[in-house]
Design a protein around this ligand. Structure first.
Ligand code: ACM
Ligand code: ZN
Length: 516
């Protein structure tokens, strides 16, 4: 079956269903959400054949028709059942989400072969499908390089094609602030812009000089963000916004130096910023006032229950030297600066909790006593998930060893410059996100998996596509399917899909199978 990710259960038969100009679509019930979902299918048919299929509402199934229907399938809210034969197609699901995923499968197997027919054909099969994990995510870092609204929508399209349901939007970092916050125009004016160092290796960029003009950057207006959230929702993709704190926030200090410990002159980082020593001051109440005001607008914009608050790689050198931070440690009876980080994160988590939101953070938020309703992202590849799960946390697996798509995917001598690492397609395909140390019950705390595209070295949409494809297809298999793996069969399906990418002008790494 030429579907990525591979369906949970399927049987293939000889023959085709042919989409003729007189083919009808039957929908039941024809409510707004179902019709909106079916439109993804009819739009695709129109794009491929210029045939506008008529839609009728009818409770009763009919032959010579493509039937979309909400019914009991016992395959969960995202599952679907598909029966394709020469006389009809019947797609059933318990919700419009299941219908949407069934449509994604149909779209992948539609083909045209002019030797047989001028019409679109769909191969005969019976499929029962449902996902393995509830969290099937992809991160895009828009701070290190900025990507326009059109590409963000395309990224969401790619997610939904391969049945991912979470877009983790890394909106803020040392290299640029990318979300409009109406209360703080300085974030748009100053934090969103840096001095460009075009053609210079990311590690060698000179910092911005005093009085130098900033000329690289941008941000998403709240209007654009609303439009993107709506676009994602129509594709059953939830957007998790990330606002980094307390580290990875040099761009904030560039606009608001008083929120730092040393109150120096700061500039938005032009390239690598490491060691990332400047940090929001944990002893200054104005920092929390600022963050709470920012989060108020974030919460207002994003309907998701979860807000990602970063928390990774917070360098504590400044906190060690800062009177206010040390005073806070004393007053709050904290052990040390690591404890101060926990206190910081907990304060933000409590604030968000009052607004009905829960936090997600990188694995470092586990340092200290963070409440178990916070979700942990395991990224260092050091098995922190075992400790996290055993202490009652839910975990998303994105270890850099298997899920960092900024790593090299083939022999570096033939590749565009990358951050380093080596994570080829086979390695992603072989990823096992459930540690053997967890028993069956504990394994349920592993919510799912996520691929992370950090963009230090990636400054164009073509390059971003190159880095995620085809690795994202391998991750889709891990995220969706829990059946026995078959590398040869996966390779065949990837190669077929990449031929479709050629027609659609989607970029990808075309030498992911070194054995060939
Ligand atoms: C990370 O890669 N610093 C989460
Ligand atoms: Zn301080």
């Amino acid at each position: 079956m030429d579907i990525i990710p591979k369906p949970y259960h399927y049987e293939e038969f000889p023959g085709f269903f042919m989409i003729l100009p007189k083919t009808m679509i039957r929908v039941f019930p024809a409510n707004q959400t179902v019709l909106r979902t079916v439109k993804h299918f009819t739009d695709k048919i129109y794009e491929l054949s210029e045939i506008n299929l008529p839609i009728v509402e009818n409770k009763n199934f009919s032959s010579f028709t493509i039937n979309f229907q909400i019914s009991k399938t016992d395959l969960g809210k995202e599952g679907y059942k598909l029966n394709i034969n020469a006389r009809y197609i019947l797609l059933e699901a318990e919700t419009e989400i299941g219908l949407f995923y069934g449509i994604q499968s149909l779209i992948q197997i539609i083909f045209k072969d002019l030797k047989y027919s001028p019409y679109l054909m769909i191969p005969t099969a019976k499929i029962e499908d449902k996902p393995r994990f509830e969290w099937r995510g992809m991160l895009l870092d828009v701070s290190r390089h900025f990507f326009d609204v059109d590409f963000i929508k395309r990224y969401i399209d790619y997610l939904s094609m391969f049945k991912f349901n979470i877009f983790h939007w890394h909106l803020t970092d040392d290299n640029g602030w990318r979300i409009e916050i109406k209360k703080y125009p300085e974030l748009q004016k100053i934090s969103a812009w840096r001095a460009e160092r075009k053609g210079i290796d990311w590690r060698d960029c000179e910092p911005q000089k005093p009085n130098e003009k900033t000329n690289y950057g941008g941000y998403y207006s709240q209007k654009e963000i609303k439009e993107i959230i709506e676009y994602a929702a129509e594709r059953h993709v939830t957007i998790i916004p990330e606002i980094e704190m307390p580290g990875h926030s040099l761009e904030v200090l560039a606009a608001f130096p008083d929120l730092s410990c040393s109150k120096g002159q700061y500039y938005v980082a032009t390239g690598a910023y490491w060691p990332n020593k400047d940090i929001l001051c944990a002893g200054n109440d104005a920092v929390f006032e600022f963050l709470e005001n920012v989060l108020d607008e974030v919460v207002e914009l994003f309907p998701t229950k979860y807000i990602h608050i970063g928390g990774d790689e917070a360098n504590k050198a400044e906190w060690k030297k800062c009177n206010l931070c040390q005073k806070r440690i004393k007053e709050e009876n904290l052990k040390d600066e690591n404890d101060l980080q926990s206190w910081f994160i907990k304060k933000i988590a409590d604030y968000l909790s009052k607004k009905g939101k829960q936090i997600i953070g990188w694995e470092e938020i586990l340092e200290g006593n963070i409440s178990t309703d916070s979700i942990i992202m395991s990224w260092k590849g050091k098995s922190v998930e075992i400790e996290a799960v055993k202490s009652g946390h839910k975990v998303v697996m994105c270890p850099q060893t298997h899920c960092y798509f900024d790593h090299y995917q083939a022999d570096p001598s033939n590749e565009p410059v990358a951050i380093g690492g080596f994570t080829d397609l086979k390695k992603v395909y072989d990823f096992n996100p459930i540690p053997k140390e967890l028993d069956k019950k504990e394994s349920e705390y592993i919510l799912g998996v996520q691929g992370n595209l950090w963009t230090e070295w990636i400054d164009s949409s073509e390059h971003a596509e190159y880095m995620i494809f085809p690795r994202m297809m391998a991750l889709a298999e891990i995220a969706w399917n829990n059946q026995e793996k078959n590398w040869e069969d996966f390779k065949r399906r990837v190669n077929r899909e990449l031929k479709e990418f050629d027609k659609k002008n989607i970029n990808y790494c075309n030498h992911s199978f070194p054995e060939e």
